[in-house]
Design a protein around this ligand. Structure first.
Ligand code: HEM
Length: 471
């Protein structure tokens, strides 16, 4: 096929070597950014023998992930990382396995009323526990990163396992820490993503052995969850949850002789993927929201005033309120846009040679989609680095530009999007209805910078949640 070829860029090699020698995933992001002015919206890098194409810019991403969606839908042949080689479940799988696992999860979510009342009720149950915890702090200076991750993980657990965990449950806390560490190590452009041989090196400089141990530990835990759910069901104590629904689906298919890829092997990974995908993403977004509210108290006041106007203080917010709270929705969108917690999304693969923006993309090449570059593109947003919720309002109505790509684009876009949006709405509105978020030290606001972990999380900070007098 014709089209432009990528040129060897010797000077880039030096820079790429620098990122790796720093062994810090932040350098990976900054490194890619530093190349953009010279390379434009599409360029290639060799990581060892692996060719990786980086796609930036909305038109380029849309061309690949939407218009040529079938070609870019798969994950790399090696799975998520050369070291752990995940190819089952949803996040790391491809082809018919991925399709059936993802469709099955969507159907179950839909049956649970995702985006409707049932799911809102599950979220609101958790919100009450979370706000009770904040109330107990009595306005003192608090570090709330861990507790916020527990709260959002509990929402996912409620849907997937049919149960939540106490905030001081040491087993649950340990699992959340393991999942967070796993996400940090499996993502983020580390050495073992492309150089699987590092697992054979003595010691564990690149943390590949740690990653393999974590994966095994978490999978053991997932198997226990599945056995517990089956046990409760046998005792007649089962509540509706994704595990039970998946087992029913599998048994039904086996009974009626329908061909299926579903299996217990995939189910344990699906549970893993949903808890992994649904915990730190939503909590990190909430942390950015708290940080922005401390930096922009006028915006927090406007957010609160809309709640008072539309809901008042006599009742708790409900899922149905979401469509009326225009300014609130704009602030949440702006939080997601500016924070862009998943700047490089998850690796894709080009399964057939094709052309994007005039460039030939070879078959089986790995593809990094640079969401950050779209969300922070001045040509799209004008003043992209400013926190300005009004950009999502037009003539008093919510305006949702297609360039808002926080959940990815195309067939692989986030299956938890509706759940996450409802969580963000109910957590932020319920919290601001009852508390004012104020800085721990008004003369020393927390810095607005990120650390790259599982997601791009704000640098750890403390705040005070001061209960409103009319709450
Ligand atoms: C603010 C919250 C969230 C954000 C910003 C977010 C963002 C993303 C992004 C960017 C992707 C990758 C898309 C791609 O590969 O091109 C993704 C995939 C995924 N997310 Fe989310 N997500 C969020 C919440 C959730 C929740 C609540 C769940 C589950 C309960 C979830 C489950 C998943 C799964 C399973 C995938 C893999 C999809 C696939 O490979 O087909 N996410 N998410």
């Amino acid at each position: 096929m014709g089209g432009k070829k990528f040129e060897d860029e010797d000077e880039l090699i030096g820079e790429v070597r620098d990122w790796f020698s720093n062994l810090d995933a932040n350098f990976f992001i900054q490194g890619i950014y530093s190349l953009l002015p010279r390379t434009g919206n599409i360029f290639s890098i060799y990581f060892g023998g692996t060719l990786v194409i980086v796609l930036s810019g909305y038109d380029v991403l849309k061309e690949a992930l939407v218009k040529q969606g079938d070609i870019f839908v798969d994950r790399p042949l090696q799975g998520l990382s050369g070291v752990v080689q995940v190819k089952n479940g949803i996040i790391g799988s491809s082809g018919s396995v991925w399709k059936e696992n993802r469709t099955s999860v969507f159907q179950i979510f839909k049956n649970f009323g995702l985006g409707k009342d049932v799911i809102s009720q599950k979220i609101l149950e958790e919100v009450e526990f979370y706000l009770a915890y904040l109330k107990d702090l009595k306005g003192s200076v608090a570090y709330i990163q861990d507790i916020t991750t527990c709260a959002t993980a509990n929402v996912t657990c409620n849907v997937v396992l049919g149960k939540r965990f106490h905030y001081d449950d040491s087993d649950a806390l340990c699992l959340i820490q393991s999942i967070s560490e796993y996400m940090t190590l499996v993502g983020g452009g580390r050495m073992h993503t492309w150089f699987s041989f590092v697992k054979y090196l003595p010691g564990d400089l690149f943390q590949s052995k740690r990653l393999m141990t974590l994966q095994e530990e978490i999978l053991v835990k997932m198997r226990c969850f599945i056995e517990n759910v089956k046990d409760e069901e046998r005792k007649g104590l089962g509540s509706s949850n994704l595990i039970l629904s998946s087992i029913e689906k599998l048994e039904e298919k086996q009974k009626t002789g329908q061909p299926t890829e579903l299996s217990m092997y995939h189910l344990e990974r699906i549970v893993f993927d949903l808890i992994l995908g649904g915990s730190e993403t939503t909590s990190t977004t909430l942390l950015w929201f708290y940080l922005y509210m401390v930096h922009f108290p006028d915006i927090q006041d406007k957010f609160y005033n809309e709640i008072i106007r539309e809901i008042g203080t006599d009742r708790t917010p409900a899922g149905q309120d979401k469509v009326r709270l225009t300014y609130v929705n704009a602030v949440i969108l702006e939080t997601q846009r500016l924070a862009t917690i998943s700047p490089f999304s998850i690796l894709h693969r080009c399964s057939k040679e094709t052309t994007i923006a005039g460039y030939t993309i070879p078959k089986d090449v790995q593809v990094l989609t640079h969401l950050d570059a779209v969300m922070l593109d001045d040509e799209i947003w004008g003043d992209a680095r400013q926190f300005r919720p009004e950009r999502f309002l037009k003539e008093g109505k919510l305006f949702y530009p297609e360039q808002f790509v926080a959940f990815g684009l195309g067939k692989r876009s986030c299956p938890g999007e509706s759940l996450a949006k409802m969580e963000l709405f109910l957590f932020t509105v319920s919290l601001i209805q009852r508390f004012k978020i104020v800085p721990s030290d008004p003369n020393n606001l927390p810095i607005r910078d990120y650390v790259r972990g599982a997601t791009c999380c704000p640098v750890p900070f403390t705040v005070k949640f001061v209960q409103r007098t009319d709450a």
